[in-house]
Write a protein that binds this ligand. Structure first.
Ligand SMILES: CC(=O)SCCNC(=O)CCNC(=O)[C@H](O)C(C)(C)COP(=O)(O)OP(=O)(O)OC[C@H]1O[C@@H](n2cnc3c(N)ncnc32)[C@H](O)[C@@H]1OP(=O)(O)O
Ligand SMILES: O=C([O-])CC(=O)C(=O)O
Length: 470
């Protein structure tokens, strides 16, 4: 009851909730039809997948699917197949696919906002959760379901308010996740002796709550850190991403809403081995609840070789712009600039990837958006010159395995163009999106009953002995 009144207060503080399925649930009609439908779809697929897992373990448990070299053991386990992730799969050349659909296919096939051209991120979330493309009606009802769950306890904001104002926004976000943890339904049910077969369904409750609350928490962090602290009213008439965009309060342009949808759709998932997803998976495998798991994952996303690269990248671009001193960026100028940078032993942010061996399709989709919507932006012209110049420079250097740009080389320019200029904040936008994939992964890890993760480590001496035996 207390939860519902908190939600009502929150919604009343913002715009009206549309009178749809989710609103009926707010009014006390029990789980909304869309939640029932969502659970039904996951339950059906989970049955198939659990049978597949059982069959693999019964009939193929001893089949060797790969070997591990000394190099893989030392260098971060690249390409070692040692975990199961149902939601998405990364191909080194074509990039990520959500449940078998490339990002181009997702952008084409998933429902859009009225008048919008890019896929809605919550539609991608539904796809990651269920393996199905939602209908427009399902997607609308799912958006409402998220709105219904978006109220953030006052205690979370009170906790954030105790932090020094210059605390990095990613630190604030991780703290906020932990401050929300006391509301974890998974943790409460576990304490009451929940059965294993119930884990995924309760995990889904937390996953939906967490994703629904992310935009509110993230926007409040932005407003408190960089603006007057006042959060524009929540607008439940908008889709999940557009409402986040408007709560940031930096731009009322429809195109800012559209670019936010695109960004949040593209960053939603990147299979299981990336630092933040793997961290969250590992923590979740101990049955720490989804809030603990994502708080841990966020700390990994905050690393400059991973999610923070988009902050690093925009800083790098702005610095380069200053160094060029008003000259028009050209391939030649950027080649010389990047060569100098590389010679000084610095990493060029936004280029290279642990797994991809081609230009990141997320980068290409952002580039297409920029070519259409802001081709004359000086920062885009610099990004474009980097695209023309840097791969060849890195290739000539001879040690980088993938000289091509990843998504972080572009996303900052788009945010900057639409007036979201505080670069320390950029990884938070990434985190709002990635919460969807990591939460879908968490639900699926419980749905197929994956156990606690505990790979073997060895000291270098042991590795040397193993190597000498061969
Ligand atoms: C959303 C994401 O997380 S995408 C990744 C975002 N990160 C970045 O853009 C940061 C810049 N890029 C990098 O640092 C790397 O390419 C990573 C971390 C993404 C991948 O790392 P690895 O798998 O180790 O890359 P790779 O095997 O190609 O590295 C080989 C060497 O090239 C270097 N290298 C790789 N990329 C770059 C780069 N962009 N600039 C300079 N040097 C690079 C590595 O540091 C390594 O050097 P070392 O042998 O002296 O240690
Ligand atoms: O896959 C990785 O290692 C990093 C990455 O691009 C992501 O997580 O989006």
């Amino acid at each position: 009851m207390e939860r519902i009144s908190r939600i009502a207060q929150h919604v009343n503080g913002g715009a009206e909730v549309p009178g749809g399925l989710a609103a009926q649930a707010v009014a006390g009609a029990g789980p909304s039809p869309i939640l029932v439908a969502l659970k039904g779809k996951i339950a059906k697929l989970a049955k198939e997948k659990s049978a597949q897992k059982a069959d693999l373990l019964k009939n193929n448990a001893d089949v060797v699917i790969g070997e591990v070299s000394v190099e893989q053991c030392i260098n971060g386990g690249r390409s070692v197949k040692m975990m199961v992730t149902e939601t998405s799969d990364l191909d080194a050349n074509t990039g990520i696919s959500y449940r078998g659909k490339s990002l181009y296919e997702c952008n084409k096939e998933l429902p859009k906002a009225p008048g919008g051209e890019v896929a809605l991120p919550e539609a991608a979330f539904w796809l990651l959760l269920t393996g199905e493309v939602p209908t427009d009606a399902e997607c609308r009802a799912f958006t409402e379901e998220l709105h219904r769950r978006s109220a953030v306890p006052q205690s979370v904001f009170a906790t954030l308010a105790t932090l020094p104002k210059d605390t990095h926004p990613m630190t604030q976000l991780s703290v906020a996740m932990l401050a929300m943890q006391p509301d974890s339904k998974f943790a409460h049910k576990y304490d009451q002796g929940m059965k294993k077969g119930e884990y995924w369904e309760v995990a889904l409750e937390d996953a939906l709550d967490l994703v629904a609350k992310m935009p509110v928490v993230a926007a409040q962090i932005y407003r408190s850190t960089f603006k007057d602290g006042k959060l524009p009213a929540y607008n439940a008439k908008l889709d999940w991403a557009a409402n986040y965009a408007q709560m940031l309060g930096v731009n009322s342009d429809e195109k800012f809403k559209e670019v936010t949808r695109l960004y949040l759709m593209l960053h939603a998932d990147h299979e299981g081995g990336n630092v933040s997803a793997h961290t969250a998976h590992l923590v979740g495998s101990a049955l720490s609840d989804p809030y603990y798991a994502w708080a841990a994952g966020l700390c990994g996303l905050a690393g400059p070789l991973h999610g923070l690269a988009n902050q690093e990248c925009i800083s790098w671009l702005l610095e380069a712009q200053k160094d060029l001193g008003g000259q028009k960026p050209t391939k030649e100028l950027l080649t010389a600039y990047a060569e100098k940078m590389l010679a000084s032993g610095k990493v060029i942010p936004g280029f290279g990837h642990a797994v991809l061996r081609n230009t990141d399709p997320r980068y290409m989709l952002e580039r297409e958006f920029a070519l259409k919507n802001c081709p004359d932006d000086p920062l885009f012209q610099l990004v474009d010159a980097c695209y023309q110049a840097i791969p060849a420079v890195l290739e000539k250097g001879g040690k980088v395995k993938n000289p091509f740009p990843n998504v972080d080389a572009h996303s900052g320019q788009l945010m900057h163009f639409y007036n979201l200029k505080e670069q320390n904040y950029y990884t938070v936008v990434f985190a709002v999106s990635r919460a969807m994939g990591v939460m879908a992964q968490y639900v699926w890890a419980r749905a197929v009953g994956l156990p606690i993760e505990r790979p073997k480590s060895v000291p270098l001496d042991v590795l040397a002995k193993l190597a000498n035996k061969k």
